[in-house]
Design a protein around this ligand. Structure first.
Ligand code: NAD
Length: 324
């Protein structure tokens, strides 16, 4: 008998939208809370796309899709959204002030038994435990993007999390088809993002500093990691430019890391300011639904007619320097 049947997801963006849809698909009643009707409309459009993906890739029948839709409600009213929740998963932007603010506003509105989990990618539960007003009922539950394929959920306690909270959250993860990944000690980035953020930041540095084009970075990665469906720049599109910016800006500031801040600035000027937010909006480094890296010839040995364009990329930096 399941103990968590009613889920509320705070923030219906890239990850919140996926967590909400997938949990409803697995039988949970879900409310998505966001700050505006526009944001909820974006979430509903994403759910239309997930319906198609679940039909095609997960093998969902029409009745499953209809039942999933029927289990999801959308709300901009926080009190209504959390009033019946057994579990609230927070997936608002990776900005500590925004997370703290929403926890504080939610604290007086929650039923006594409600558990809370943060889906933060790189921040620690301990930093928000006090703001929740119920530290023993709070932990991190971190999902990977493209939840229907990457079905892992990292579970990370802070020192005040109770065993009962961890037990129920682990049950929820299993009930919703996730492989639980227990993290033994608090760590910014858990297991996954300890290397994933480092990979994306290093790859972005190659692009920010003009060392290689995004396609060349991805081609190198995909040839060296045979079987990978996409490379780091394609992965940045999947993460979304907004979250990529938030992570680089926050950790660049905290660690006084000039390169990470330059990478954040690149995301802002080259993408966010132009409305190109990545896969979610149809364009980032690549255009979707048919990104260049998915073309059959992306990793093939080019024919000799490509030599001149390759040579000109090799000379690009020295030409720019000569012109300066
Ligand atoms: N994008 C990823 O690949 C990924 C993966 C795992 C975890 N995460 C984490 O999930 C969280 C959300 O990331 P995302 O990529 O979905 O971000 P996003 O920018 O796509 O979505 C954030 C959503 O939160 C909403 N929001 C803003 N302020 C709010 C508030 N006060 N209350 C409720 N909603 C609010 C926004 O309107 C938006 O819909 C972050 O902590 C991020 O680190 C992201």
């Amino acid at each position: 008998m399941s103990r968590i049947n009613n889920l509320t997801v705070l923030g219906g963006g890239v990850l919140g939208g996926q967590i909400a849809w997938h949990s409803a698909f697995k039988g949970k009643n879900v409310v998505v809370f966001d700050i505006s009707d526009e944001a909820l409309q974006v979430c509903q459009s994403a759910h239309d796309r997930y319906a198609a993906i679940y039909r095609q890739d997960v093998g969902a029948a029409e009745a499953d899709i209809a039942a999933t839709r029927a289990r999801i409600n959308y709300s901009t009213d926080l009190a209504n959204a959390v009033g019946k929740a057994d579990l609230v998963i927070e997936a608002v932007p990776e900005v500590p002030e925004i997370k703290t603010d929403v926890y504080q506003k939610m604290a007086p509105l929650l039923p006594e038994h409600t558990l809370i989990a943060t889906n933060s990618s790189t921040l620690l539960a301990r930093d928000f435990a006090a703001a929740t007003g119920r530290p023993q009922q709070f932990c991190a539950l971190h999902y990977a993007n493209l939840i229907w394929m990457m079905n892992l959920a990292e579970i990370m306690a802070h020192s005040g999390t109770s065993d009962e909270t961890l037990r129920q959250v682990t049950e929820f993860a299993i009930e919703t088809g996730m492989v639980p990944i227990p993290v033994q000690k608090e760590q910014n980035g858990y297991v996954l993002n300890t290397w994933f953020v480092a990979l994306l930041n290093a790859s972005q540095t190659l692009v920010t500093n003009g060392i290689a084009t995004p396609e060349v970075v991805d081609k190198t990665f995909m040839i060296a990691n045979r079987g990978c469906g996409l490379g780091p720049m394609g992965m940045i599109d999947v993460v979304g430019m907004k979250t990529a910016y938030d992570v680089c800006h926050y950790w660049g500031t905290v660690n006084n890391d000039a390169q990470m801040l330059a990478n954040a600035e690149y995301f802002k000027t080259q993408f966010i300011d132009k409305g190109k937010l990545g896969l979610q909006t149809g364009e980032g480094y690549y255009r979707y639904p048919d990104p260049a890296y998915a073309a059959p010839d992306f990793l093939q040995v080019p024919d000799l007619s490509a030599v001149e364009s390759i040579v000109s990329l090799c000379r690009l930096h020295s030409k720019t320097e000569a012109a300066a």
